[in-house]
Design a protein around this ligand. Sequence first.
Ligand code: GDP
Length: 370
Amino acid sequence: ALTAGIVGLPNVGKSTLFNAITKAGAEAANYPFATIEPNVGMVEVPDERLTKITELIKPKKTVPTTFEFTDIAGIVKGASKGEGLGNKFLANIREVDAIVHVVRAFDDENVMRENNREDSFVDPLADIETINLELILADLESVNKRYARVEKVARTVKDKDAIAEFNVLSKIKPVLEEGKSARTVEFNEDEQKIVKQLFLLTTKPVLYVANVGEDEVSAPDDIEYVKQIREFAATENAEVVVISARAEEEIAELDDEDKAEFLEALGLEESGVDKLTKAAYHLLGLATYFTAGEKEVRAWTFKRGMKAPQLAGIIHSDFEKGFIRAVTMSYDDLMKYGSEKAVKEAGRLREEGKEYVGQDGDIMEFRFNV
Ligand code: GDP
C-alpha cells in the first residue's frame, strides 16, 4: 500500500498528530490480515458515498478502505551529511510515497522551538527551509554523482538514453543548487520516467500541515503563520491542511456523537485527521471503487489509471489471473436509479473488459475463471 510519511522539526506536534492518527485508527476487526508496523498508523478513509450505498443496500457489514501514515524517525539537522540517525531520517523518507510536512503555527511559550533552542519564537518558513534544505542537499549529492557519470557517456558514446538523462539532470541540478526542491521543475512525460528512476527525495509529492492552536483552528485565514505557509506551498503547487494536533488527540478519543459535538464547538465540519487523510489520498493519485452485495458493502483503493484486471487483483490475485469482465455501474447512476436492477433497465449497467480504466466511484462485480 502507498504511504505518506510524517516529517517535521522537533516540537512542531508530529507525535501529537501521529498519536491522534493511531487513536483514530481503523477498526482492527475489519482488517484481520493487515500487519502494521509500530511506526505506521492505519486510518479509514472517510467517504460519504460508502454511507449512502450502505443506506440503500442495507448490507450486514460495511468496510471502508484504509490509508497508512508513517511516522518518520531520525534527526533532521545535518542529515544530508550526517551518519546514523540523520541517515535513517533520509532513508525513511526514501521509502515513503509522499511527504506530510508538519509545520508549527501555534504560539506557546511553554513549548520551545526545537530541543531547548533559546529563540522560541515561531518561524514556519525557517522551519520548512531547514527540512527542505536537508532533502535538497541529499538530492544534490545523488544528482552530482549521476551527472558526472552520465555526462561522460553522453559526450563520448553519444548514447541516446544517456543524453536524455543528462538533459534531465541538467534541468534539476541548477534548481537544487539554488536551494529549491526538484518538484518545482516541470517535466514532460518522457522526462518524468527518467526522474522516477533517480529516486530523489524532493520530487516526492508533498503537502504541508499547519499545526495551529486549538482556539484558532476555525478561522485559519486570520493566522499570519498560515498565510506564510500557504504562500510558500504555492511555489511548489502544494496543498496546505490546517489542523490542531492537540485538538485532534482529544477528538480521536471520542465516540461519534461526542465527536460531532466537539467539532461543532471548534467550528469544524470534519476532523483534521479526516481532512488530512483525504488530502494525502488525493495527493497520491488514489481513488476508490466499491463492491456492493447484501453481505458486504466495501470500498477499495486503487491508483488512478489502473485497468479492470488490476482492480480485481486488489481484492485477490486469483480475480486478476482469471479475470473475464467487470459488471460496472457508477455511484451516481446507483443514486439516480435507486437499485442495480433499475440501473440495468436504464441501460446503464456496463460490461467492462480488460482494457477498461477504473473510474473513481465505480461499483463493480468481477467475473473470473477459477
Ligand atoms: P514533535 O517533537 O514534533 O513530535 O512534537 P510533539 O508532538 O511532541 O509536541 C511538542 C509539544 O508541543 C508538546 O508539548 C505538545 O503538547 C505541544 N503541542 C502540539 N500541538 C500543539 C498545539 O496545537 N498547541 C499547543 N499549545 N501545543 C501543542
